[in-house]
Ligand binder design. Structure first.
Ligand code: LIP
Length: 291
């Protein structure tokens, strides 16, 4: 993988073709995880904590995405949440979350997604990569959110009409509906809860949907006015990042940089700057996360 600064983004036509591929394989994986969900679905393994779960379908979804992207884009790299990545020879790396909102999926709560993004740059280096095409599929609703660099963002339900996405435009935090989420490690959750105590009184309300990819698409669609979260991985945010910016929104780390695991803040302007100030000042008041 090469750093972003050394890579010219693909042409608009290439970005559209990449978005078509992203939507195609994300829809296929979404069909798989719904139609072949075992009746006795359980936890296959855990990662950072006992509640950071992986199901057999997370790996099956990623294996399908890996196989199909190797068929459709054999020179590209592949980087997923679960096991099985590969280095490519082209400038494109596919960054996938095979099931974003895994806990919702485990509990059969219809708020999970397959997220597929084509990125340029080195996805292992925070701030050194950016998405150029992507798709987020919610198989429970049939929604396929997609975006391509410079080509806009849209949503389509099944074979229905395609609707262009545009962020909402509230002008201040106190009337903003804001999404957020929490990590899997208890010390981080305690820190996130402390930050939330300073944010909640200053916004309309909070929504904790349980899927960062869907949260970001909801911002792009105006179903949320803003979103923030600490601790996201590249696969959680890669596609939703582009859906937000191509819908006229802004996404960053709260300090003028690209979104990273330190902090993701997404909204339309002028709310984005105010929300970033609110969240960053709350983090400053709470102090650093222990450990
Ligand atoms: C989830 C994120 C969500 C966050 C959860 C979890 P996963 O990703 O999409 O925003 O709050 O803690 O990280 O683990 O379901 O792929």
């Amino acid at each position: 993988m090469v750093a972003q600064e050394n890579v010219n983004p693909p042409s608009p036509e290439e970005c559209r073709a990449l978005a078509d591929v992203a939507a195609t394989v994300a829809i296929e994986a979404g069909r798989l995880i719904v139609e072949e969900r075992p009746r006795d679905l359980g936890v296959a393994s855990t990662k950072s904590s006992v509640v950071d779960v992986v199901t057999v379908m997370d790996q099956r979804s990623q294996d399908l995405l890996s196989r199909r992207l190797a068929e459709l884009r054999p020179e590209d790299g592949f980087f997923g949440e679960e096991k099985g990545g590969r280095i490519g020879t082209s400038q494109i790396t596919w960054v996938v979350d095979p099931i974003d909102g895994t806990v919702n999926y485990l509990y059969d709560i219809p708020a999970f997604a397959v997220s597929v993004a084509a990125v340029v740059g080195d996805v292992t280096v925070p701030g050194a990569w950016r998405p150029v095409a992507g798709a987020v599929v919610n198989p429970s609703t049939g929604e396929c959110f997609r975006a391509q660099l410079g080509g806009g963002a849209s949503v389509q339900v099944g074979d229905g009409p395609t609707r262009e996405l545009r962020v909402a435009a509230p002008d201040r935090c106190e009337v903003a509906l804001v999404g957020t989420g929490f990590g899997y490690v208890s010390t981080r959750r305690a820190h996130q809860a402390a930050v939330l105590t300073h944010v909640l009184p200053s916004v309309r309300d909070i929504r904790r949907i349980g899927s960062a990819a869907l949260d970001l698409c909801h911002v792009a669609d105006g179903a949320l006015d803003g979103y923030y979260e600490k601790g996201l991985n590249a696969w959680d945010m890669a596609a939703g990042w582009l859906v937000v910016t191509e819908a006229g929104g802004v996404i960053g780390d709260g300090a003028g940089g690209a979104p990273t695991s330190d902090l993701v803040i997404a909204a339309g302007e002028p709310l984005h700057g105010q929300l970033a100030e609110l969240v960053v000042s709350a983090v400053r008041r709470v102090g650093p996360e222990p450990g």
